[in-house]
Design a protein around this ligand. Structure first.
Ligand SMILES: [Zn+2]
Ligand SMILES: [Zn+2]
Length: 162
């Protein structure tokens, strides 16, 4: 069961589907994403990030991506990297770390935690499948343009399916 919405171009037949509701920072989705990131399945950027920041976190929220070069639209995970705020001010007493054993468990970091306790480290470098250009995250309130005609897409009502 999922829900989402369809955007259509009023000029050409272009259609774009966005899914909402599933994968919104649920513990399972988060763990899965972090596990993949640590294994390197989501690219070297995230793997290196977790190697260097054991206590780092990422946003597993689903977002709409737009290519800054060709305007291609894609749907994927945010994957912005975050580091805990406390760690930064804690840097002085580096000599002794409490609980030196590496923590293998993936701690679920909710959206609220990210806002309150973490600070943005780097944005994930999303690449366009079509042209290899840089993709940026489209704001929810932003108008999405047709990659072909560059006219705003018309958002259709939410659709639900099972
Ligand atoms: Zn179009
Ligand atoms: Zn592109």
């Amino acid at each position: 069961m999922g829900s989402g919405y369809t955007m259509r171009c009023p000029k050409c037949s272009y259609k774009f589907h966005a899914i909402t509701g599933i994968g919104f920072m649920f513990p399972k989705a988060y763990e899965e994403t972090v596990r993949k990131a640590k294994k390197g399945e989501l690219g070297t950027e995230l793997q290196t990030f977790f190697q260097e920041h054991e206590d780092g976190a990422i946003s597993a929220e689903n977002v709409t991506l737009c290519c800054t070069k060709c305007g291609n639209l894609a749907y994927g995970k945010d994957l912005t990297m975050y580091v805990p705020k406390a760690k930064i001010s804690d840097k002085k007493d580096k000599g002794k770390k409490p609980g030196d054993a590496p923590n293998k468990d993936i701690v679920y970091v909710s959206w609220m935690d990210l806002e309150e306790k973490y600070t943005e480290f780097a944005k994930y470098p999303h690449k366009c499948e079509k042209c290899g250009g840089d993709m940026r995250i489209v704001d929810e309130k932003e108008e999405v343009l047709c990659p072909n005609c560059k006219v705003p897409l018309e958002v259709k009502e939410h659709v639900m399916w099972d």
